[in-house]
Design a protein around this ligand. Structure first.
Ligand code: GDP
Length: 526
């Protein structure tokens, strides 16, 4: 296959994530998008939420018990001759580190906002990641079929909270809860939505003339027209360049449950969302899309399915054509990596994947050596920049409950460390039997505890440490900090030295007394 063909395949890929606060409708939207694109035939086949048909991996009892999604994988479907890769993000704030890695794999994000609630804390946290990575964001105001806020007020809030200028592509006719349809701002088309009896996969959309709209939708249409004039006057128009540069966000109004606006969202993804672009390597040089294969490992997950007991590395293809069976090089070790078992995974559904192009997500089975952030390549060596890890804010000493299981404990900790489930910190003082686990959210501890017991037979005790703050530091700090209360230096398994403090004031005092001390902020440390 020649380079032009790879570039053409890349051009028809759309790789994206839906980011939202829990309950804003991410699962409903995921289903609606896939159903509309006819990828799956029955509602509920995508996500494993209670009451829906589908998918929970057995080991994820925590996930089930709490009704949250911890696993991430990618759903693939085609629409208008384009291949969509929807990469799933964990919904809970405690797993934002995972989200960060997942978002390293996408080219665009859909920010889902609940019409009644506006920007919520988790929406903001996820959005911060998009800002950091400069991922273009399309905003979808969801649940317009239910009472909610004023549309202009929501636009203000988006701008205030995100710094992105909202550029509505559609405008609702009817206040939230009285949703008749939308006006498409680019074309001027007026589209009326009606529910399909029986809640099928498509809403009925009828185009109305302005005269019909005025006659049938009266006040609501007149109001929409006024608001549209206002938007016109302030120049809130879509601009492709500022959208791609993360300065503006196109906004759509709709409702995922009755499928209002879902087709428009798919069309917008095809027409406006950026396709895969050449990705910069560690030197800043961009790997052309038609260069030999390269891919970025963005997630590693072990034991996704107890029947398989395997370990899957999710790889985003960055350049070239992936063909199952090809032997790649693992950039971190220089070792060959065979890809005989390549899969597409979403929840429990798996299918063998035989070829893939830039933007696609491939699950590689038996990927014991791969870590999140690793590069795989064919022929021409390349290394993509590592995915930075989050600043942990919760710390606990882990000890095995039954000393007879010390070996299993060590193996388990190493495994979860490699997967990036938790950060593992050590020091000579604390010894190897009692590593410090460092988490962004405390629920990560639960996952570690659960998985060590369930998968490695090692029950553990956790003693929380009083630290809340971590900074990158150097060897000189170890000596200084050894004499301090409320602080400690530990070495993370990637070699980074982290200085931990009970709080900001303690850190400020120590820094004041030791002005030469190196203390650098870590990612998301705001
Ligand atoms: P997630 O937690 O973000 O995945 O949210 P879900 O997709 O599970 O949705 C949360 C709840 O909101 C569910 O009861 C959905 O049926 C409901 N929901 C989602 N989208 C809409 C919508 O557009 N309109 C209405 N009325 N309900 C919705």
């Amino acid at each position: 296959m020649n380079g032009g063909a790879v570039a053409a395949e890349a051009a028809r890929r759309r790789t994206f994530a839906v980011i939202s606060h829990p309950d804003a409708g991410k699962s409903t939207m995921t289903e609606a998008l896939a159903l509309h694109a006819s990828a799956i035939t029955q509602a509920g086949a995508v996500h494993g939420k209670a009451g829906r048909r589908g998918v929970t991996s057995d080991w994820m009892e925590i996930e089930r018990a709490r009704g949250i999604s911890i696993t991430s994988a990618a759903l693939r479907f085609t629409y208008r001759d384009h291949v969509f890769n929807l990469v799933d993000t964990p919904g809970h704030a405690d797993f934002s580190e995972d989200t960060y890695r997942v978002l390293a794999a996408v080219d665009c994000a859909i920010m889902l906002i609940d019409a009644a609630k506006g920007m919520e804390p988790q929406t903001m946290k996820l959005f911060e990641v998009c800002r950091h990575r400069r991922i273009p964001v399309i905003t979808f105001v969801n649940k317009w079929d239910r009472p909610g806020r004023e549309p202009l007020e929501l636009l203000d809030e988006i701008e205030e909270r995100t710094g992105l200028r909202p550029t509505p592509l559609t405008w609702p006719v009817g206040a939230a809860g009285h949703f008749h349809g939308v006006v498409e701002r680019l074309t001027g088309r007026i589209v009326r939505y009606e529910r399909t009896p029986g809640g099928a996969t498509k809403a009925v959309e009828t185009e109305l003339s302005p005269q019909q709209a005025a006659a049938e939708l009266g006040e609501d249409y007149a109001r929409a027209r006024e608001e549209l004039d206002l938007l016109e006057a302030i120049g809130a128009d879509h601009d492709q360049k500022t959208f791609e540069e993360h300065e503006t966000t196109p906004v759509l109004f709709g409702a995922a449950l009755p499928n209002f606006g879902v087709a428009t969202l798919l069309n917008v993804m095809v027409d406006l969302a950026p396709p895969p672009a050449p990705r910069p390597d560690v030197t800043g040089a961009r790997r052309p899309l038609d260069a030999p294969f390269s891919g970025l490992v963005f997630k590693v997950q072990a034991n996704m399915d107890p029947a398989h007991r395997d370990r899957i590395a999710f790889v985003r293809v960055c350049s070239g054509r992936f063909v199952r069976g090809m032997v790649l090089t693992h950039a971190a070790t220089g070792r060959p990596f065979a890809t005989k078992y390549a899969q597409q995974v979403f929840g429990q559904d798996r299918a063998t994947i035989d070829e893939a192009y830039p933007g696609d997500v491939v699950g590689l089975v038996n990927a014991a050596a791969l870590r999140p952030g690793d590069t795989l390549y064919e022929q021409q060596p390349v290394t993509f920049p590592p995915i930075p890890s989050f600043a942990p804010e919760h710390f606990a000493v882990a000890r095995v409950a039954d000393t007879g299981k010390a070996k299993q404990f060590r193996r388990g900790i190493d495994q979860l460390d490699a997967e990036g489930v938790i950060q593992v910190l050590r020091s000579d003082l604390r010894g190897d039997q009692a590593p410090v686990l460092a988490a962004v959210g405390p629920m990560q501890f639960e996952v570690v505890q659960h998985r060590l017991a369930a998968e490695f037979g090692a029950r553990i005790t956790l003693d929380r440490l009083p630290y809340t703050l971590a900074r990158r530091t150097d060897a000189a700090a170890e000596k200084v900090m050894a004499r301090q209360r409320g602080a400690e230096v530990l070495r993370r398994s990637d070699g980074t030295l982290l200085a931990l403090f009970t709080d900001r004031w303690r850190m400020a005092t120590i820094q004041r007394e030791n002005p030469d001390l190196t203390l650098e902020p870590l990612i998301a440390d705001t």
